[in-house]
Structures are given as structure tokens and as C-alpha cells.
Design a binder for this molecule. Structure first.
Ligand code: OGA
Ligand code: NI
Length: 339
């Protein structure tokens, strides 16, 4: 049987000059010629401005219309951003066996993982051109003993980075609460206490027109904060039936609304569909910070946003149940969310 280190795309993709059949997407999913004909972009928001009320309006508008935006002047130092991208690049550049070994410290195999393609590997009919390292990153430091220890500064840098992202995530959530008229502390505690980090690595691909790095999806999160490689394109957002590229901007974060926030806001905010295309020239690294609730927390439309005229359009379920549905149903999850 193939072992995980053999399966990682980075292990074999540089010795293959063509795309293996198991990675060729069906025609309706192929990106085709990836030349970015669109001139549209997602909103760019300066979080450092003095008019806080105006910033809130911008964040709310972008979350309602696009479900995606980028933020600059977010208060996270550019040195930390650079160190973080570099540490994950160095991690993915290590020998495959070492990567797998560094992700095998949890005897239950749950709290740190490296995988090829997607977490649903066995269920994916067609594979995706990517390797991913993921683990929980709660500010309390829980499970840190299972994180990689190589490269040597991994825990120090990723620990510092995820603390900062937790603060930024909460600032944005608080702005959304203010904009929507929700209690400003609604997302403090159980609804956001289970963050995870995912460090994706998309190796160069011999034929980007046939493959995808990541399938079209909505995130199963409250919100996601994404750091992307400074030079390499790949992420695209679906808006009005058109794929809009998300420009890599120096020291910016891409913020996107996840399905859970779509449910809690009773559809006022949208968890937009997005995907990642590959390229033939450079490897691309991205670091996603997923804000998740605790597994037992019920997810349902907020009281303040429902009444007789606007009844809840989603039913209540625990986050644990939601996540199970998400992995079983994939893109068809919306069928089970509606009340
Ligand atoms: C994700 C995601 C985008 C990227 O992790 O859910 O959409 O650019 N990542 O890697
Ligand atoms: Ni995503």
C-alpha cells in the first residue's frame, strides 16, 4: 500500500512531466485556460483608518456582497507575516518522511495531520494538486505538544502568529456584530474557541488547465483569515457566475465569511464559493486560519436577526453534527441546513 510520504504531491510531482489521470478533473470542473480575463477584484479594506464607523460599514458591505475581502493595516507585523510564510515553506520543503514524522506525535492521529489532495482523500473521485499540514491552534496552547518541532522555530513562530490571528479574527467579528446590531461579544467563547491552522502547498503543475489545487467550496468556518504567497496567483472567488482572482497583496490578509456565519446571520452574510487553480511555474504556499466553534455548541440563526417577517431559514444543529454533514455531503450540504 502507498504510504503517506509517497502520496504527497510534492514527493512525486517534480519527477513527472505530465498530469496523472487520477488528477485530471472532469471537463465541467476544469479551469481551462487560466489567464485571468476578469478585471474585477474583491474589496480592499484599510483597517488602520480613523473613521471606525466607516470601516465597519465597509466590512459589512463586503461580507454581504462578496463574502470576501482583503485587509491591510491590520496591526500584524510584516516580519511575523514573512517568518510565518517562510516557516511553512521550509516545512513543506523538508523530506517527505520527515514531514510525516513531524506530524505523528499525537498517538490518536487527530491533532496534527499532513495529507495529500483533501482531507476526504478516500472519497475524492479525482485528486487535488496540493499537500496540507493542519493542526488546532487554540490561544490556550492546547495540543501544542503535537505540533511539528522542525523547522526548529516552528512552534515559536506559529504560536505567535496564531495568537495574533486570533485577535484580528475577533476584531473583525466584533465589527460585524456592531454592523449587524448583534451583541458585540456574541462570538467570544464557545463560538470561536476551536481555531485550526492549515498550511497548504501547491507544487507547480505541468498542465494547470486540467487540474485544481482545491475544489470549489465554501468554508465550514465562522470566518477564515488567509495569508497567501506574495507573488503567486491561485485563489479565485465565484461571484455572479464569474471566477474573480484574488490578487496577492503584500502584507494583506484575505478574509472570508464561512457557512457558520452565514447560518448565524440567517443568510445576511454570505459564505462565497471559491477554489484554487494551479500554475506551471512556481509552488504556492497559503496559510488558512479557520475559526471554529466547540463541537457541542449549537449553531443557529441569532435571535436578533429573526422575527415573524424574517423567520429562520436554517435549522439548529451542533457544530459536531454540522462538520459531519460537511464532510459527508460536500457541496450538497446546503440541502440539510435549511429548515
Ligand atoms: C481553504 C482555502 C485557499 C488557498 O483552505 O479553505 O480556500 O488559497 N484556501 O489556499
Ligand atoms: Ni476555503
Amino acid at each position: 500500500m502507498e504510504t503517506m510520504d509517497q502520496r504527497l504531491v510534492s514527493t512525486w510531482s517534480n519527477v513527472n512531466s505530465s498530469v496523472p489521470l487520477s488528477f485530471v478533473q472532469p471537463p465541467e470542473c476544469r479551469p481551462g485556460k487560466v489567464t485571468n480575463p476578469s478585471t474585477k477584484t474583491i474589496p480592499l479594506i484599510d483597517l488602520g483608518g480613523h473613521d471606525h464607523a466607516h470601516t465597519i460599514t465597509q466590512v459589512l458591505k463586503a461580507s454581504q456582497e462578496y463574502g470576501f475581502f482583503q485587509v491591510i493595516n491590520h496591526g500584524i507585523s510584516k516580519d511575523l507575516v514573512e517568518e510565518t510564510l517562510n516557516i511553512f515553506k521550509e516545512f513543506h520543503a523538508m523530506p517527505a518522511k520527515e514531514k510525516v514524522n513531524e506530524c505523528s506525535k499525537d498517538p490518536n492521529g487527530i491533532n496534527c495531520k499532513i495529507y495529500a489532495s483533501s482531507e476526504n482523500y478516500k472519497k475524492d473521485a479525482i485528486q487535488y494538486w496540493k499537500d496540507t499540514l493542519t493542526h488546532p491552534c487554540s490561544p490556550s496552547g492546547e495540543f501544542m505538544e503535537f505540533w511539528p518541532q522542525k523547522p526548529p522555530k516552528y512552534r515559536e513562530i506559529v504560536g505567535k502568529y496564531t495568537q495574533e490571528l486570533n485577535k484580528l479574527g475577533h476584531e473583525i467579528l466584533e465589527m460585524l456584530c456592531k454592523g449587524l446590531g448583534l451583541k458585540p461579544d456574541l462570538f467570544i467563547g464557545e463560538l470561536s474557541e476551536n481555531p485550526i491552522v492549515l498550511a497548504h502547498h501547491y507544487p507547480p503543475c505541468p498542465d494547470p488547465s486540467l487540474t485544481l489545487g482545491l475544489a470549489k467550496h465554501r468554508d465550514p468556518t465562522l470566518i477564515t483569515l488567509l495569508l497567501q504567497d506574495q507573488e503567486v496567483h491561485g485563489l479565485q472567488v465565484l461571484k455572479d457566475n464569474e471566477w474573480i482572482p484574488v490578487e496577492p497583496i503584500l502584507n494583506a490578509f484575505v478574509v472570508n465569511i464561512g457557512l457558520i456565519l452565514q447560518i448565524i446571520t440567517n443568510g445576511r452574510l454570505i459564505g462565497a464559493e471559491h477554489r484554487v487553480v494551479t500554475n506551471s511555474i512556481s509552488a504556492r504556499t497559503s496559510v488558512a486560519y479557520f475559526i471554529y466553534p466547540s463541537f457541542s455548541r449549537m449553531i443557529e440563526p441569532a435571535q436578533e436577526l429573526v422575527d415573524e417577517i424574517t423567520p429562520p431559514i436554517y435549522k439548529s444543529m451542533s457544530f459536531g453534527e454540522f462538520r459531519k454533514n460537511f464532510y459527508e455531503k460536500g457541496p450538497k450540504i446546503e440541502q440539510v441546513l435549511h429548515s
